[in-house]
Design a protein around this ligand. Sequence first.
Ligand SMILES: [Ca+2]
Length: 225
Amino acid sequence: MKKLLLLLTLGLFSSWVIGQEVYLGAAEPENFNGHVSHHTSSNYAPNLTCPPGALDENEPDLTTDDFDTVNGGCNSYPTVFIDINIGDTYCGRTNTFLFNSNNHRDTDWYRITLTDTKTLIWRSIADCDIDLYILREDGGCTTTTLNSTLNVPAGTQGEVEYTCPPGTYYFWIGYPYFSGLDAGADYQVTLLEQTSQVPLSDWAVYLTIGLIFLSSIYFVNKSIA
Ligand SMILES: [Ca+2]
């Protein structure tokens, strides 16, 4: 019964996202034509080490017929997310596995609720190719994809950015394919806020220009008097 509910959830979710021309699902879709052999280039040696202060995703690699009970987001039943804060870095893993003899991938969903508008950056580097998405939650698992970057190569930093009004947002990371990564790979992902504060050095320039301008007016007036 539990598996049936999960499959129903996956089926509903998959058909919705295919209609949106993005695919966030864990199960390999029937029409998937990605290049499975395109994953981690042969000369790339996994080398990520988790930086000090980073948080642990705490999800073991999924194996045959496993449920994602940590952060499978809308691919899990019931849905489950990791609530992330701005400035957090998570060290995690992603992999591929079989579920009901079908190809599946681990998808990791992080969530934040904003009370004011912020420009957020979803940045990652991984020991395998990855996809990144920023999604707006429009009610449960009805979502709108706001930005994405696909097939970020292993060992390369990728990021997506979006100016988010108040609301709830999902930040998605996962392997672009559904097989070929059963041994799993490490990733690091960070949620950052883009600030537009004027650097201190720029203020010094503006102040100098202002003083020159005021001095000019003073001396012009003095010479006329
Ligand atoms: Ca994971």
